[in-house]
Every structure is written in C-alpha cells, then in structure tokens.
Write a protein that binds this ligand. Structure first.
Ligand code: SAH
Length: 227
C-alpha cells in the first residue's frame, strides 16, 4: 500500500470530525465541506504535529508561523466564493493547505511567501499531490505579484496595519480581497471589493489574531510596532 494511503486511512475519521466542526461554525455549503474532505491537511503540516492536523485550531509549522484554523479558512472561502475562472493571489503560503483548497476551486493560484523554507515545503507537498495550477514565489507579498495581475480574488493570511495599496491596485473589477487589518495583537478581518471602479471595505469579523504581515506595506521586518 502507498504510504499516503496508510496515513489517509488513519486520518479519515479525524477529518470527518473536523468537517462536522466546520459545519457547526455555520459553514453549510456542501461544496466547501467536500473540499476539506479532499485535501489531507496532515500532509501539509510538519510530521511532529500531524496528529493535530484535524483539530480546528492553528498548528505550528516552524519559523514562528502557524497554519491557520480550518474553520476560519472555510469562512474565507465562503466569503470569497472562488469560481473556476478566477485567478487567485494568496499572500502567506505557509503550509500550502489553503493554497490547495483554493486551487481546487479557482483557475490558478499565485501564492507568495516570505520564508523560503516554507515555500519549498509547500511546493513539495503540492507537487506530491499532483497540483498543476499553483505558482509559488518567495518574496514580500505585501507588494503583491504584479506580473499576473489583476486578480479576481486576493487572500491575505497575515495581519497588516493597513490595506496595502499595492494589493488594491492588483484587484480586478468585481474582485474581492480578505485581509486582517489592525494592531499587532488583534485585528478586524476586512472584505475589500472593487465595485464599478470604487473600493468598498467592510469588516466581517473582529477580534482576530493573525501572525504579522512583514514587509513594505505591512509591519517592518524588525518586528517593532509601527505607529
Ligand atoms: N494559510 C497559511 C497561513 C500561514 S500563516 C496556512 O494555513 O498555512 C501566514 C504566513 O504569511 C506565514 O507563513 C508568514 O511567513 C507569511 N508572511 C508574513 N508576511 C509576509 C509577506 N510580506 N509576504 C509573504 N508572506 C508573508
């Protein structure tokens, strides 16, 4: 038997329970719930924490970073509603788990991560699982990825002191972006839309805590708080 198949078998029950937890958070859309069944999260997190992969919580992935809470990612997908023609920009590849979920829904995912080791690990996992519609780049995602802009969807998994203007510039007409914005410790999740050329911002959840977006339009790299 393939090693993956053995692992899969062991994790099937846990994955089903996670899907129930996501449903209990008010995500009832069958297409979204099925996505979480199709992508084995335990293959995206380091082996040492694989037993925690199907908890509905953030999981450490090394380098001081975490894979985001699955129900929050389900909420992202519910709000962004990716469709098969969408070009998606993801800032903060991290484990690559959300990248995989998005790749199953959109046309192509462009994902930027500032920590090379995480990007390399995500690439390896995505390749092993056969994803062909994902492009990864190592760099400062607060400036976006201009080459493939505009994007119909932009998703940011790290918190910023403000909405980076470079990302707004790369948002297509009718496009939508989710980004946590606020202070270092606590943020509002903002849904930003370009409607008839105008930018509309709406807070969809408060009291969130994400790792910081470090870069030109985020927090500065030293980690000290901007004012
Ligand atoms: N969706 C990912 C979340 C990872 S946490 C997952 O579930 O695994 C957020 C990630 O954003 C971290 O890996 C962090 O290194 C990355 N990050 C922070 N600032 C960044 C920047 N300016 N550009 C790209 N990635 C950044």
């Amino acid at each position: 038997m393939e090693p993956e198949a053995v692992e899969d078998y062991r994790f099937v029950g846990a994955r089903r329970r996670l899907i129930e937890l996501i449903r209990a958070q008010g995500i009832e859309d069958l297409e979204i719930l099925q996505l979480f069944d199709r992508v084995p999260r335990h293959l995206f997190v380091p082996e040492g924490v694989a037993h925690r992969a199907y908890e509905d919580s953030a999981v450490p992935i090394g380098f001081g970073q975490t894979a985001s809470q699955p129900s929050l990612q389900a909420y992202y997908i519910k709000l962004l509603q990716p469709s098969p023609d969408d070009r998606i920009l993801e800032i903060g590849t991290g484990s690559g788990y959300l990248t995989a979920l998005l790749a199953l829904m959109g046309d192509r995912v462009y994902s930027v991560e500032r920590i090379r080791e995480l990007s390399v690990r995500a690439r390896r996992t995505l390749d092993r699982m056969g994803y062909k519609n994902v492009a990864l780049m190592v760099g400062d995602g607060s400036i976006g990825w201009r080459r493939f802009a505009p994007y119909q969807i932009i998703t940011v998994a790290a918190a910023s002191p403000q909405v980076p203007s470079a990302l707004v510039d790369q948002l297509d007409e009718g496009g939508r972006m989710l980004i946590p914005v606020g202070r270092r410790q606590v943020q509002d999740l903002l849904l930003v839309r370009r409607v008839n050329g105008r930018i509309e911002e709406q807070s969809v959840r408060d009291g969130c805590t994400f790792v910081p977006l470090l870069g030109r339009y985020g927090w500065n790299e030293g980690g000290e708080t901007a004012t």
